[in-house]
Structures are given as C-alpha cells and as structure tokens.
Design a protein around this ligand. Sequence first.
Ligand code: WQD
Length: 384
Amino acid sequence: MTPNKSSILVTGGCGYVGSHTVLSLLQSGYKVIVLDNMSNTSCSAATTEPEILKRIKKLHCGGDQDIPFYAVDIIDKQALTDVFTLHPDISTVIHCAGLKSVGESGRKPLDYYHVNLAGTINLLQVMEDFGVRRIVFSSSATVYGDPPKIPIPEDSPIVASMSTYGRTKVFLEHIIRDLCVASEIKQRDYVLAQEKQGAEIETDYRWSALLLRYFNPAGAHPSGLMGEDPQGVPNNLMPYLAQVAVGNLEKLTIFGQDYPTKDGTCIRDYLHVMDCADGHVAALAKIEQDEAAGLYQCKAYNLGAGTGCSVLDMVHAFSKAVGRDLPYVISARRAGDVPNLTADSTLANQELNWKAERSLEQMCEDLWRWQRKNPRGFNSQPLE
Ligand code: WQD
C-alpha cells in the first residue's frame, strides 16, 4: 500500500531560515521531519533534541508535538537513505542545508563544492531512489551577480562569477533543472512503453522543483525565542549589528561608502525571516496545486520585499529599534559585493500568492527582542 505521503523533510531545519520554515510548516498543518548536521548553530547536537526544536515545539503547541530529528550531514548518503527508510511518508523536501558564508567559501572552495554540490546530489539521488520527486530549494539572489536591471526579475541572467558560494547556488539550480528535464523524458518513454504493452500508467517519474531565490532574510520570530544564531563573528550585516547592540562586538564596519547609490552604501532587499518562511509554505501549495492539474515544472521565484534599503538605512532603522545610535566606521569595499540587489517579486506575488507582509520596523524590533533576550544565542538560556 502506498504510504500516506504527507510529511515534509526540512534539511538544515535547525538553521536560521530552516527553523523558521519548520515553525511555519507546523502552523500550516504539515507534519515535519528535521535533518541538520548542527554545524552552524550553538545548539548542542549531543542532546537528543536541539534547543531550537524545543523552542519550536513550545511556540507551536506547548511542547508536546513530535518532530522527528536526525543529526545527519547531507554528505553522508547512507545516513540520508536511513532517514528515508524510516519515513516512507516523506512527500517533499525543503532543502536548506548547506554552507552559506560568501567570505569563507573563497577560502574553502572544496568544502563548499563538497557539501553544497555533492551533498545535494546525494540528497537528489536518495529522493529519486525513494520516489520523492518534489523539492523546494534554498537558492539566493547572489545568482544574479551584478544584475543589469533593478528591481531584478527572475529572467535576469544568472552568473557564476560572484563567489564560490554563489557559484554553488548557480550550479545547483542547473543540476536541479537538468534533473527535471530528464524526468520529463523518462516519463515520456515510460508512457510510450506502457501504451505499447497496453499496460496501465502507474508511476509518474516527473519532478517538481521550485527554486526560491532568497534576497536578504533578516529579523527573528516575534516571540524572541528564535532567531539567527551564527557561529563566531557574523558575516552578515544584521546579525553583526545585533551583536554590536548587545555589546558583544564594539562597532560595525561598513564595507564601502563609494557605491553608485543614494548614500554610497550597498542596497539590499531585506525581508522578514517569517515572510521568507511563509514563502516555503506557499511554494508547497503551488507544487500541490500544479501537480493536481498535471503540471510538473522547475521554476525560480524571488523571495524579496521589493524594497531596497542601504546599509546606512539599516543601521539607522535598527538603532531606532534599539533606542540608541549604534557605532560604525567606514572601511574599504568587501570583495564580491555588488551595489544593489533588490527583487522584483511580482512572479511570487502572482503565482505563489505570496508577498512580504512584515515591515522593516517589525524586522528590527523582532531582531532586537531576540538578541537582547538571547545575547549568546541558544546557549543563553536553555528552556527548562
Ligand atoms: C549586506 C550588506 C555588505 C556586513 C550574502 C549572500 C546571500 C546570503 C546573505 C546566505 C552588504 C554590508 C555586511 C558587515 C557591512 N547568504 N555589510 N558590514 O552579502 O547581501 O548576501 O549573505 O544566506 O546569499 O550573498 O548579505 O548581510 O553579508 O551584506 O557593511 O559587517 O551589508 O557590504 O552591502 P549579502 P550581507
């Protein structure tokens, strides 16, 4: 009997976007399985249940919901196979696991190609082995490089030139797209063979893949229980600013004030992490709706607010939430940075029925609440 395929596997489900996505899925009625190698969180993997999952359960249903968790690395194909063997009910994978530091990727390219490419290929192969052919992939606006047009539509050329990290995202989009095309051919050949034998069409080998190009997720869950908890000194602007605000870091260094923008600092499209999480739920609904209509596709969608904010805009907005001016200095540009990455999110609005609902002020207030309540991330005050 075909198992009831109703569970969503979230790889990287203990990470920043992954954990908020897990909560959004639970609150939308999905059953969720979490897989994470625990490499980018202060949660201890030694415990049977990471702190972040305890907090997700507390937020969702007071703590008694079962969320199967596996401390697994996607480069471990056998471990991935074991998870799928234990959970024949997996219908879709939301794939957030991967290395994500632009700067680090330039210093450790082989690590990034190994984990992000080989790890994802492992996952796709295991999914195929188990007949799980729906994926929502965590891609990034970085695939646009330095785009010719702002705001950026999805048909803007994707370039593999900005960083090793960005290249892994471009290559993975191509890998997933090729897989989807091959699955269409496989299905066509299968149908022809079955029809020639007068046999039933019992299987659909086609894949559905939605590639979500995140712009700049920021903020935290409004409860203050969940947020970004990067290991070491944060690479990204908003978690770095939050560490300055709680006094863990002395001041922000703004990488360049000589860009062709209104105030010389780079412009990005910051979206509330809960909006980003909700985008994954919208993507699942889109796949379900499409397949019910016999449509199987591989398609990219921008997840962005559609509003560009400069680095100085963000410093001022967050300073306002904190209630004091946060200190910063200006330094030289950071290699790989581009002047403006602002989304045209029309396609997601129209086809996913999704748009960023939360304001920049909410993003800053929620980030500040998370950081001041958890100055040392998840190690600050474990739930009792
Ligand atoms: C934003 C702006 C910096 C830190 C990258 C990836 C993207 C995603 C997020 C993974 C830039 C400036 C930053 C600092 C600064 N990665 N800045 N001082 O580079 O837009 O996106 O990280 O999820 O895929 O491409 O984000 O937050 O690093 O930088 O001045 O200490 O803030 O120069 O202009 P970015 P970011």
